[in-house]
Design a protein around this ligand. Sequence first.
Ligand SMILES: NC(=O)c1ccc[n+]([C@@H]2O[C@H](COP(=O)([O-])OP(=O)(O)OC[C@H]3O[C@@H](n4cnc5c(N)ncnc54)[C@H](O)[C@@H]3O)[C@@H](O)[C@H]2O)c1
Length: 345
Amino acid sequence: MKKTILVTGGAGFIGSNFVRYIYNKYPDYRVIILDALTYAGSVENLPVNINEQSGERLVFWYGNVRNGELVDTLVSQSDVVVHFAAETHVTRSIYDNFLFFETDVMGTQTVANSILKYRDKVERFIHVSTSEVYGTARKELMDEDHPLFPMSPYAAAKAGADRLVYSYWATYEMPIVIVRPFNNFGPYQHLEKVIPRFITSCILNEPLRIHGDGSAARDFIYVEDVCRAIDLIMHVNMNQVNGEVFNVASGNHRSILSIARDVIKLMNKDESLITFIGDRPGQVFRHTGDIKKIQNFFPWQPEISWLEGLERSIEWYKNNRPWWEKQLWMRSVPIITKSGKKELH
Ligand SMILES: NC(=O)c1ccc[n+]([C@@H]2O[C@H](COP(=O)([O-])OP(=O)(O)OC[C@H]3O[C@@H](n4cnc5c(N)ncnc54)[C@H](O)[C@@H]3O)[C@@H](O)[C@H]2O)c1
């Protein structure tokens, strides 16, 4: 095998799309996945049936990124580490944030320490951060120098991890690249996230619940475009990108209300399905990614348009009902609002 890529969190949404992408594109690469299979991860998301895996091209390890010995064993065999593993649902971080700091911050520290230990073997560490570290946009387009004002415990944990990785570059000259994707969507995304929730609500003829008045806006990018960006970062000469941070976004924002309307329209449903609930505490009001930097470094641009991505996603959820039906009970999370009221978000 030409290269070994360790993918943490490879059984989750973006991680499994990335594993599938790499697995199909590079037959001479070995992919090792480390995943704790939390509620958000499943071996069903992988491109091979692990009951039949040969152990050659794809190796699955069930385990926790906080387990230093296990991480050492896997990192010591790897040329590249792509670190996705995290607790990822903003609303869940309002309800119970313990695991967010343990996995997102301490898990990243464990992975970073292993890479430091095996720095002669590992040629690069790609850390998957998030645009949530920026908080609400202070300028129209958010570039990589936008200040970090995380607005939720999830965003704060990810900001800690992001800066921790940067500090390992600054202190130890560790070969790192930090990627800050904006909101991803596509197949295998958990039902707790807004687009799968809207699509499956339409399939079930159930209300589409919207926080606040639905004017909060995000920059949505189709997951395959993000996988392509990480692939480029994985293969460019490391001297060109060492210590750099890259946004990966579409460069456009859309309001949550307009997303609900687009889903309803594409699925031939009625707008009366839209219902409004209280706003999410720590809500970020607008996010639009500036993608000039990544485009200066790479021949990259988002290739899947919003509507095409949405159509593909709708098709996938229509065709994979057994996959998502198990998650129905997790579509809403109870939180206690400032006024002490319990709300389902
Ligand atoms: N989904 C998005 O829109 C988005 C946007 C920007 C950044 N990100 C980042 O991308 C990464 C992947 O996001 P996602 O949406 O695919 O998340 P996800 O919740 O779908 O998947 C997370 C995966 O990590 C695994 N995991 C959790 N805790 C672990 C632990 N302690 N040890 C090992 N594995 C563990 C889970 O089992 C799961 O497979 C995260 O770091 C997230 O912060 C996501």
